[in-house]
Design a protein around this ligand. Structure first.
Ligand code: SAH
Length: 353
């Protein structure tokens, strides 16, 4: 049986590699060696896998393309604690990843799709729709390549860049299992956050995967009729259904939920919104992250004033809700999701026409 063509070696679990290699007439123990070269030593090509017979290395090179990505642009913030990478994939598409240095370790925010089809009004990633989902290997490479480039260990991952992870469910689950494998780069699931705009059936299925990761919900408005104006996904899955799915996630995993709330001037930042939000999350073990919205050139949203943000926080705290205001990092280097890619694509188009 021939697997070549559509098989992506870097996205495979060790037992899948074992099956592939035995089908090729190789010894089963080669699977462990191959897995270790890919995910533990993280080499850039089959040529470097020195304990594999050269015949096997040649066969793999010929038949199974080895996924790599490379940086086409790197932006470094003035205080050097944030770097934004624009990576090229093997088909020429580009994606963004962000590296952030914190006192407790380094965090990487990765993309899960090229573009996005969710249509959130304030988000730059969705302006041109979905191009394609990312393979698990292409999500892994964002981590591996950034660790190579910075020379520093990555300890935390946010699947919170461009794309909707729950719209690329199987590949995202595979990525999480591979990146947290103790035979690979071994990043603890407890240090991984998956952010979703609220695809309810997938959130429920995700709870059944029994992963120890944090689920972040992009809520942005607690009032259903208003939320669906801001986030079209709300038309399919109303806020109450979303909250039910969150309660199920907590019940099944014991993991505290995070709610993301981007404050938009005159849109979702009133006392009425704060109270509705407090009411909505009452009794759920959760944390609310307030984010001053990043203005996107193509959209007409502005961030709430500082005192309005503070007031919103105070209101929530009166209800004894855990709430933080996101520390802004890298706003001097194209902060909002998808802006760097958008600018790059536009400039390439200008070169062509
Ligand atoms: N699709 C997923 C993950 C990608 S978006 C999701 O919706 O959660 C990551 C986070 O950035 C989400 O909370 C999203 O709502 C938020 N976001 C997108 N554009 C933004 C902007 N212009 N300003 C502030 N937050 C934004």
């Amino acid at each position: 049986m021939s697997h070549s063509g559509s098989v992506d070696i870097k996205s495979m679990y060790e037992d899948e590699l074992r099956e592939l290699l035995t089908d090729m007439g190789e010894k089963p123990f080669r699977a462990g060696q191959l897995f270790s070269w890919i995910h533990e030593k993280r080499v850039k090509s089959y040529d470097e896998m020195l304990n594999l017979p050269s015949g096997l290395r040649e066969k793999l090179t010929k038949e199974y393309p080895y996924t790599t990505i490379y940086p086409v642009e790197v932006l470094v913030s003035k205080n050097n604690d944030t770097r934004k990478y624009l990576f090229a994939l093997s088909d020429g598409n580009v994606i963004e990843s962000v590296w952030m240095k914190y006192r407790h370790g380094n965090s990487v925010c990765i993309s899960s799709q090229v573009g996005c089809r969710m249509g959130c009004r304030f988000c730059a990633s969705t302006l041109d729709g979905l191009v394609r989902p990312l393979q698990a290997s292409e999500m892994l490479e964002q981590i591996y390549e950034i660790q190579r480039l910075t020379g520093e260990r990555v300890s935390n991952i946010d699947i919170m860049g461009s794309g909707e992870p729950m719209d690329n469910f199987d590949n995202v689950v595979r990525f999480i299992r591979l990146v947290s494998s103790d035979k690979g780069i071994n990043i603890s699931q407890r240090n991984i956050t998956v952010s979703t705009c609220g695809l309810v059936p997938q959130i429920r299925a995700f709870a059944d995967e029994k992963l120890a990761v944090t689920l972040a919900i992009s809520l942005h408005n607690p009032i259903d009729e208003e939320r669906r104006e801001l986030m079209p996904v709300g038309k399919s899955y109303p806020v109450e259904e979303l909250m039910d799915a969150c309660r199920e996630y907590f019940r099944k995993t014991g993991r505290r939920i995070t709610f993301e709330y981007a404050l938009i001037k005159g849109n979702n930042d009133s006392d009425r919104h704060a109270e509705a939000l407090a009411h909505l999350v009452k009794g759920l073990n959760c944390h609310i992250n307030l984010i001053p919205v990043n203005p996107v050139k193509e959209r007409n949203f502005r961030r709430s004033d500082k005192n309005v943000i503070r007031n919103f926080q105070n209101k929530l705290e009166k209800y004894r809700i855990n709430v933080t205001i996101r520390r802004e990092m890298g706003s001097d280097i194209d902060g909002a999701c998808g802006q760097l890619r958008k600018r790059y694509i536009t400039s390439q188009e200008e070169k062509h026409f």
